[in-house]
Design a protein around this ligand. Structure first.
Ligand code: PLP
Length: 363
């Protein structure tokens, strides 16, 4: 007899992050992980550096300075905010706190992969709901609800499709859930969304006992390397998360840098403007090459390639990699003919367009 993991654990396909190196390329442009194109703001970097003088001291465990800064920025009660080592940790903590073996967890066909991992790690059952035109299908989600539904993960906007549900649609989804099921709105890309009918979920959390919203500093704030995310929760959910949370799960430099980033409105606005400008540029020029591009509402776009032959996703990936341009293959998201492109610096975006023009030119 040998020790065996809990049921479900060995069914997990380990998460593989975006590649960061391209063999033989003199310079590399990493457009594979939806990291913020402008990097971290100067205020965040300064706050990070200023934490270097006291690295021997444990962090303040509840991340109070950061919760207070988030509370102030959004007008929220800091007691209902829980910070995490990236929002990944919060998504996982929610599963750890709420799932019993055999519970069902709903998420959509092309949803963020962490939901499946967190579900299986708790011996719960993933219920994967088909999408319609690469968009979450609220009716199909509601049809999949059962008395065993305990968690519903909704990435809004979703990665890697870039599509979103309107506030009204999210409310319709919530209205069809039993009160014993928790709706987790993962709003990792919400700062990028420029749509009047979009809601990040804050209002819904204020209104309902079974809705949680998670956010991250990894994307628009450019702090992915520090690992900081937060959840806005009903009081009872915050209490549960604080019981399962690691005692010092967000480091002092991370707390300080994230708090400073929140106050740096200029960096946020510059990042939004950069994203809007260059997303339009990329979509327009890549479409001109004859490729289908879905212009999502976040900081990435999905490019569709031929199922096989010279213009397949695999061929495109190899071609771009040979020029040091790294996109994300999304076959593991059920999209084998697509590559996901993160909006990058001006230089990177221009290089992507010229490389794809060359790739699509008749040879
Ligand atoms: C939809 C979605 N949610 C959450 C995350 C996790 O972000 P982090 O753990 O860096 O906060 C990502 C990162 O790719 C994502 O795409």
């Amino acid at each position: 007899m040998i020790p065996t993991p809990k049921p479900g654990v060995l069914d997990i396909a380990p998460y593989i992050g975006g590649r960061a190196t391209a063999a033989g390329a003199a310079r590399v442009f990493k457009l594979s992980s939806n990291e913020g194109a402008l990097g971290a703001g100067a205020a965040a970097v300064e706050a990070f550096k200023s934490a270097a003088g006291a690295l021997e001291i444990y962090p303040e465990g509840s991340a109070k300075i950061l919760r207070d800064a988030i509370g102030e920025a959004y007008g929220l009660n800091p007691d209902r905010i829980v910070c995490g080592n990236g929002s990944d940790e919060l998504l996982t903590m929610l599963a750890n706190a709420y799932l019993r073996p055999g519970d069902e967890v709903l998420f959509s066909e092309h949803a963020f992969l962490v939901y499946r991992i967190a579900t299986l790690a708790n011996s719960a059952v993933p219920v994967v709901v088909p999408e319609k035109n690469l968009r979450v299908d609220v009716d199909a989600m509601l049809a999949a609800v059962s008395p065993r539904t305990r968690l519903v993960y909704l990435a809004n906007p979703n990665n890697p499709t870039g599509t979103y549900l309107t506030g009204e649609e999210v409310r319709r989804l919530h209205a069809g859930l039993p009160p014993t099921a928790l709706l987790v709105i993962d709003a990792a890309y919400s700062e990028y969304v420029r749509r009047n009918d979009y809601e990040s979920g804050i209002e819904m959390v204020s209104q309902f006992d079974n809705v949680v919203m998670t956010r991250t500093f990894s994307k628009i704030y450019g702090l992915a390397g520090l690992r900081v995310g937060w959840a806005f929760c009903p009081a009872r959910v915050a209490d549960a998360l604080n019981r399962v949370r690691g005692p010092f799960n967000v480091s002092t430099p991370a707390q300080r840098a994230a708090a400073a980033a929140l106050k740096d409105r200029r960096h946020l606005e510059d990042s939004i403007a950069h994203n809007e400008k260059w997303k339009s540029f990329l979509v327009e020029h890549i479409r001109k090459t004859g490729l289908r591009v879905d212009d999502g509402v976040a900081n990435f776009v999905l490019i569709h390639f031929a199922p096989q032959g010279a213009h397949s996703a695999k061929a495109a990936d190899e071609f771009l990699m040979s020029r040091g341009i790294i996109l994300r293959g999304v076959a593991n998201y059920g999209l084998p003919n697509c590559l996901r492109l993160t909006i990058g610096s001006e230089e990177a975006n221009r290089l992507v367009v010229s490389a794809l023009e060359e790739f699509m030119r008749p040879r």
